[in-house]
Design a protein around this ligand. Structure first.
Ligand SMILES: NC(=O)c1ccc[n+]([C@@H]2O[C@H](COP(=O)([O-])OP(=O)(O)OC[C@H]3O[C@@H](n4cnc5c(N)ncnc54)[C@H](OP(=O)(O)O)[C@@H]3O)[C@@H](O)[C@H]2O)c1
Length: 257
């Protein structure tokens, strides 16, 4: 039976993606750090949708996290049909507000572990008749964002890596999709320590995790390359392309302090 691995599936967009996949009868491997949440949600999804939902509690900032996930899936004998790299977070404010180790941990979760999971699982994905990688980027991938500089750069990496890999795999069963959400009502803003101005700006345009998840799964199964969720965020992407970079960066940076 086919399994989808979803990282960052204890809450927020990842949990909503897991639920959307369960609704479509995918068996699930949920990955995140919070074991009590993973236990509770895997049991709920299994009961509600009649699928097999299991979990692995692991800190994806650890150097060997991807290997832990891969080895565990191999031991369990799961046939992996979909890899969803959703786990990720930001650190807001001036670059020097956070320690170097905090920044590097974020890059490991947002980028290094994502790359390793793609690399390790690709041989298994190639064995399926149709298989999928869904990488979660961000609307922050389309311009530099002062006050979220490294996060925006990490998401630009996710977008470019996904698009390149997709082309490389175009004659294989594996389709790669990058979904770029804008502000979504989750715990993201708390973890990123986003201030009042940023919170107010997000509240005006927030989408729900359920809507983002539905669009993400639809796009993945339709084998699309890149999707920005929501009209406001699509407009933002267009503006970032049309307007002078300095102006766009000033506007984006005015939200974060
Ligand atoms: N919300 C937004 O406005 C927004 C906008 C654009 C893009 N995104 C992207 O969407 C994705 C999901 O974010 P979200 O909004 O759903 O945020 P969230 O509610 O904070 O969820 C983040 C998920 O990632 C997991 N995670 C974080 N650090 C981890 C680590 N070191 N090891 C393992 N798992 C870890 C968290 O689980 P544990 O805490 O249990 O580990 C949680 O399940 C992220 O990639 C984010 O960058 C979000």
């Amino acid at each position: 039976m086919a399994y989808a691995i979803v990282t960052g599936a204890s809450k927020g967009i990842g949990l909503a993606i897991a639920e959307e996949l369960a609704r479509r009868q995918y068996n699930l491997v949920l990955v995140a750090r919070s074991e009590p949440l993973l236990l509770q949600e895997s049991q709920r999804l299994a009961k509600t949708y009649g699928v097999d939902a299991t979990y692995l509690a692991v800190d994806l900032a650890e150097a060997n996290a991807a290997e832990q996930v891969y080895n565990w899936c191999i031991q369990q004998g799961f046939q992996i049909q979909m890899l969803v790299n959703n786990a990720g977070y930001g650190l807001s404010g001036p670059f020097e507000r956070h320690s170097l180790n905090q920044h590097l941990d974020m890059l490991r979760v947002n980028n290094e572990t994502l790359v390793k999971l793609c690399y390790l699982f690709l041989p298994l994905l190639r064995q399926q008749s149709k298989s999928y990688i869904l990488n979660i980027g961000s609307s922050a991938a389309y311009q530099a964002v002062p006050g979220l500089s490294l996060y925006a750069a990490s998401k630009a990496f996710v977008l470019q890596f996904s698009r390149g890999l997709r082309q490389e795999l175009k004659r294989t069963p594996v389709s790669v999709t990058c979904v770029c959400p804008g502000a979504t009502d989750t715990a993201f803003v708390t973890r990123a320590q986003i201030g009042e101005k940023g919170l107010k700006a997000a509240e005006r345009v927030n989408m729900t995790a359920t809507d983002v998840a539905r669009l993400s799964v639809d796009a993945t199964l339709a084998r699309k390359a890149e999707v920005v969720t929501g009209t406001v965020n699509k407009l933002g992407k267009l503006m970032a392309w049309l307007l002078p970079k300095g102006l766009v960066e000033q506007a984006a940076g005015s939200i974060y302090d």
